[in-house]
Design a protein around this ligand. Sequence first.
Ligand code: ADP
Ligand code: MG
Length: 233
Amino acid sequence: MTAVLSDAPVSSSTARSLDAVALYRFFRSGEEETLALRGVSLHVDAGEIVAVTGPSGSGKSTLLSCLAGLDEPTAGTVRIAGERMSARPESERAALRADRIGVLFQSNNLFAHLTVEENVQLAQRLSPRSSPSPAPREIVARVGLADRTRSLPSQLSGGEAARAGLAVALANDPVFLLADEPTGELDGDTEQRLLDLLRAHADRGCAILLVSHSPHVVAVADRVIELEDGRIR
Ligand code: ADP
Ligand code: MG
């Protein structure tokens, strides 16, 4: 297959949206075969927060990995701002991810031996993008950690570490933010603070997809997609 950078015209409606069409993901490990995604299609618009819920094992993390280009769906198509993310080499997926996507996990978003600011700097260096990114200090300030730029992750509270992780995810000013249980380890107040930051980022035109069980996350979402056994309910 040839690597065509834009194989679809980017109309204004797709310019800043995320689209997945008929995603399937089949896993085989040893004797065990799992169809983790069975034809999932979804659309997330700029400025929108979509929550993905569903029981453990329903395919939420698999879906997020396929959308982020961290995993390759067995079948189906993912488009990021009209550009195809699926069915192309990992190096091209990585370049597209660097340019457009921030990924936030429940934990382990930070390197332990680097300060908050250095973590953001490293994320920028590992993902050089075509247009200049904001200064690391500015990104750290945006998540309310201006006085923590030189702190190591071990010196942060749980809520501060979550916001520092968000700063890393936002390091390259992504158009799409994908997060897997981002508030899973936070208490009510710190969870709300992170959600306020996510809403502020959506208001700047980012499309956000959050995998979560939390009723607070579901409450702040514009739309909720429920997965069950690899399908949208
Ligand atoms: P969730 O995030 O909703 O808990 P997952 O997407 O992690 O669900 O998993 C969906 C299904 O796919 C589960 O049955 C899980 O065991 C299986 N699965 C996920 N990743 C792999 C993998 N790398 N190899 C084999 N099976 C996997
Ligand atoms: Mg999961």
